[in-house]
Design a protein around this ligand. Sequence first.
Ligand code: ADP
Ligand code: MG
Length: 232
Amino acid sequence: MGKLKIQNLKKSFDSTNIIDNLSLTVEDGEFVSILGPSGSGKSTLFHLIGGLYSPEEGRIVLDGKEINGKRGFISYMPQAPSLFPWRTVIDNVILGQELSGKPDKEKALQLIDRAGLKGFEQSFPHELSGGMKQRVAFIRALLSPQPLICLDEPFSALDEFTRLEMQKWLLSIWEEHPRSVLFVTHNIEEALFLSDRVIVLSHRPATIRSEFKVPFSRPRDESIVLSEEFLQ
Ligand code: ADP
Ligand code: MG
């Protein structure tokens, strides 16, 4: 599950071709990073995969099913994720699992704890800092039932040490809940640190400039609990 196949994708805005003839695959359980300069169309690609936009040409197939223009088939964490302001932290997390019909509250509480947010389960988003809200959105995305998670530059606003902690935290959770991941970043070190394979996009129109397997294995660091020291 979680095998994504994108074929000959095309998308323009106001007659400017942003994505052109883009084809890529993500294998079941693979962690693939997409690198590219600002404005190269990375977020647009995620909007297409998430069904928020429809492509002009091409196909997006997840586990054999065409999902062009359809929402809800992937777990998508946008560049600026938002929480439901009227729901508590735990309810925001569980919301991502409602599709499956059986939210795992125990697991959600465990991950909230491991995100350094113990004691905030019943808090509302306005009571949290920006960094705390991002962690909640992260847990929601990681626990949702879809077989593919798309993460759009989740760490780009963080300082280097916080970023490293968050990366290790993400990997430790992902290894417990292995699924396919598409991870957008403009940071080559981050892509190498996290992924099995890296795809580099060219700038306008976005098409694949290069693609390579990461020749070393990911660091393993079991059961990371984020400390409050790194909360921003
Ligand atoms: P990236 O995420 O790689 O920084 P984006 O996908 O956000 O790039 O944007 C790619 C290009 O498409 C940019 O030039 C941006 O201005 C343009 N763009 C993105 N969304 C829209 C939209 N809804 N309408 C018009 N232009 C858009
Ligand atoms: Mg973007």
